[in-house]
Design a protein around this ligand. Structure first.
Ligand SMILES: C[S@@+](CC[C@H](N)C(=O)[O-])C[C@H]1O[C@@H](n2cnc3c(N)ncnc32)[C@H](O)[C@@H]1O
Length: 416
């Protein structure tokens, strides 16, 4: 069987290494993901163990589909009864690239018609469609004249590990945080500090990896609702989870510190760490990144962070909780920027944006200065603002990747 695991653009290398380490066959990096081959167990292993993959797709058919009729015929020829019964609900989603078919909704509808017709012919009744919460998710991808039909093993995308309930602005997806740690070469055996932890994603993903806790242990998967799951596959899955549980370490091998300037962020990070089962592995501290200094007696490790990029995290004038993220200058009086107890309305005009930018540049300079105190450590930064790169100087490793639609840089420094 052939699979395609998808991931955030720019993280394919990390996913390829991860899947190779699982000893999956024919692992090959492609744009937007990695293909591999194997039995159903191989797909289950990717779901359970991959920290970087977003989805795991099992390829059912690949055929020429330049128009709606050939798409219907190709989809109809698949033996859907191997995957669905008349009582299984289904949904079809589709993406089109350089295709004669111009409407993805219409293409999905054609595939749905083909599946339903094929099953009615073979089983005498048709299954229902449930676009919101289907038992089986069918994925159509058309590139040029070629259509690929797959089943989505994960269901809910894999970045939803199930631990995030505490929210802060601009959290990293769990899978992207894991890719940052992998691509940044973060040493799992050494101390780790995220001085701008927000909802704690980097520190939590690091703790999960350091304790070798399989990321899929705490969530359900789409394939568990497939008719084919019941029986032998279910026993295989239970066994795989049991082995994964046994492989986990009882505690992280080195200190993990999650810091932020804001109490609300630390509260969210604590809540998420508890849900992920790594609360005892993390230490939480409130403080300004610019005041950060090495702790006496702590061996060198990695400083890893995703500093604010700009507008999205800029505080409104007078917002104390956000003041030092670029809103108010250091040492500003509490309440400064308020008039008569009222908050000023947000003023994102060009001047305000310019002032905010200058403050952010000040934050980056202060951050670079603080990092300069960490002799012998490594720093891994996810930067969405060229001023950060400029403040930090020449990186040992620079890697381009995408945080959703935003092009960002992973920067790695050896601090001397
Ligand atoms: C882009 S967010 C980090 C998101 C985080 N990686 C996550 O996944 O939730 C940047 C964080 O930096 C924090 N921050 C801003 N200015 C700071 C400062 N001067 N010192 C420490 N933390 C700061 C913000 O509170 C915010 O939580």
């Amino acid at each position: 069987m052939k699979y395609f695991a998808t991931c955030a653009k720019g993280t394919e290398g990390a996913l390829r290494r991860e899947l190779s380490a699982l000893r999956l066959h024919a692992v090959r990096g492609e744009q937007g993901g990695v293909s591999f081959e194997g039995k159903l167990e191989a797909g289950l292993a990717a779901c359970l163990h991959s920290r970087v993959a977003m989805r795991v797709l099992l390829e059912l058919a690949r055929f020429p589909a330049g128009d709606a009729a050939s798409l219907y015929d190709g989809a109809r020829a698949v033996d859907w009864s191997a995957w669905l019964t008349t009582r299984t609900t289904l949904a079809v989603e589709s993406t089109l690239r350089d295709s004669g078919l111009t409407h993805s909704g219409y293409a999905a509808l054609k595939v749905k018609d083909a599946v339903v017709d094929a099953l009615r012919d073979k089983l005498g009744a048709r299954p229902d469609v449930d676009p919101k919460d289907p038992d089986v998710r069918i994925v159509l991808h058309v590139a040029g004249d070629e259509a690929t039909l797959s089943l989505d093993l994960a269901g809910e995308p894999l970045h939803r590990r199930g631990y995030r309930s505490g929210m802060t602005p601009a959290p990293l997806k769990e899978t992207l945080a894991a890719a940052v740690l992998a691509l940044g070469g973060v040493d799992r055996e050494r101390p780790f500090i995220d001085p701008m932890c927000g909802s704690g994603t980097l520190a939590i993903e690091h703790a999960l990896a350091a304790r070798r806790i399989a990321p899929g242990l705490g969530r359900p998967f789409g394939f568990q609702r497939w008719p084919a799951y019941r029986g032998a596959l279910q026993s295989t899955w239970d066994r795989m989870k049991e082995e994964a549980r046994r492989a986990a370490l009882p505690a992280a091998p080195a200190p993990i510190v999650a810091r932020d300037l804001f109490t609300k962020a630390l509260d969210a990070a604590r809540k998420n760490a508890a849900a992920a089962g790594v609360l005892a592995d993390l230490r939480f501290e409130r403080g300004d990144v610019r005041d950060l200094a090495p702790e006496p007696g702590m061996a060198p490790g990695t400083l890893c962070m995703n500093p604010p990029y700009g507008e999205r995290l800029m505080g409104k004038p007078g917002d104390e909780e956000r003041g030092r993220a670029g809103g108010a200058p250091r040492g500003a009086r509490p309440g400064a920027g308020r008039r008569g107890g009222r908050e000023e309305p947000p003023a994102f005009d060009r001047r305000a944006a310019h002032v905010s930018q200058l403050k952010l540049e000040g934050l980056y300079r202060g951050m670079a200065e603080a990092l300069g105190r960490f002799h012998g450590w490594s720093a891994v930064l996810l930067s969405g603002n060229p001023h950060l790169d400029a403040a930090m100087g020449r990186a040992e490793v620079r890697h381009r990747l995408w945080n959703g639609p935003l092009e960002v840089r992973l920067l790695r420094y050896r601090l001397r």
